[in-house]
Design a binder for this molecule. Sequence first.
Ligand code: GLN
Length: 467
Amino acid sequence: MYRSIAEIQRAILSGKTALDLVEEHLSRIAEHQHLNAFLEVFEVSAREQAKRVDQKIQAGTAGKLAGVIIGIKDNICYKNHKVSAASKILAGFESIYTSTVLQRLLDQDAIVIGRLNCDEFAMGSSNENSAFGPVQNNLKANYVPGGSSGGSAVAVSAHLCTVSLGSDTGGSVRQPASWTGTFGIKPTYGRLSRYGLIAYASSFDQIGFFTNELEDMQLLLELTAGQDPYDATSSSKSYQQSVALPEQLKIGVLSECLTHPGLDPEIKEKLVQTLDKLKAAGHQIVEVSFPYLDYMVPTYYVLTTAEASSNLSRFDGVHYGYRSADAKGVEETYVKSRSEGFGPEVQRRIMTGTFVLSHGYYDAYYTKAQQVRRLLKDRTTALLQSCDILLSPTTPTAAFEINAVKDPIQMYLQDIFTVHANLTGNPAVSLPFGVHSSELPYGLQLMANDFQEDMLFHASKKIQEVL
Ligand code: GLN
């Protein structure tokens, strides 16, 4: 069992081959099939890649991730491999190119072990919306791992791969990281290329990473950051130190997060204790009011469903994947293929998005939500001028039982603390924080100014010292 990139590197130094590592992981994955984390294990290509990596190791030309086993969320394209966004609508579809982020990891000799289960089109907070069944939390049977990147979280937490890729549109990396005791990062919007990531809401989506160590998250970001001619929204900013990193941090805490009625009392208690410890260690805590918390989830759902309704129009039964067998004519092909191919949550969001964009309601919903998004961005930038980071719980609760949350609004409220960073584009991480009396973990979220991931890593180390 390997927890980190450093452990893989030590194994290789002590004589293990990349092929040995692949075989060990394949057996471990086979022993953990009940978790339903993998939609497909790439045995053949993983073994082939391992053999190529072993030759490079022999020749002394191997990259920084030689032998590192990675899993990819099933919405990230890997050439000549299936990708389905955990949806029936992409049945049989194979990627014809590789996502830029994944390619940069392959260039460093990482090995892709398989594609990981998730909520259909990354829409969900519990991984119960997959067309291929829910993912089990590896830390407690019959509990959800969070979503939408639930398979990616579980695969890293259960050591079925060294690190994994997920995507985060409203919390889909940080929230399952919180519920599986792993580290998760959503980089600044534009830090990583979205080329080869199946779009949900393009102005929110970012690829993110799950790891068991902070250092691994940092290394993965360094290796994948940077402009990509295939994604016009990827930033030309180089990945280097952004600001001076202070010994004593100025930490902002939003009072509305602390007093939120949905916040589990145990998590609140732990947060208050931690703030005291941070103060005692010489860091400055600034409690600030941010009276917009209750607007975030509604704004997020207006804008992301609008974007999704447009992005998902390409799945029409003609261009890709699933086509209804008994449809006649063009109109019926669209209607039947989409009705049979998309699950209920995806259909709900397409309808909501179409509604908020419709002629009579556009200004009341879509335009208004864009205005709120601007306001949130301006206020957040102002806040982060007076402190280094913002601190909050990642999630209001720890994981719940499979099938326990049936009301969609109740489910959407799981995202209350995470959608902020996607609405504003700021980078954020979730660190393992505490363990609930339900025996399940929960995370601590840090958010920083745009392109200050280095501040996030620095502050995370400082906070880990105190924890
Ligand atoms: N839970 C949120 C949603 O359902 C976030 C999803 C995501 O980040 N992909 O939209």
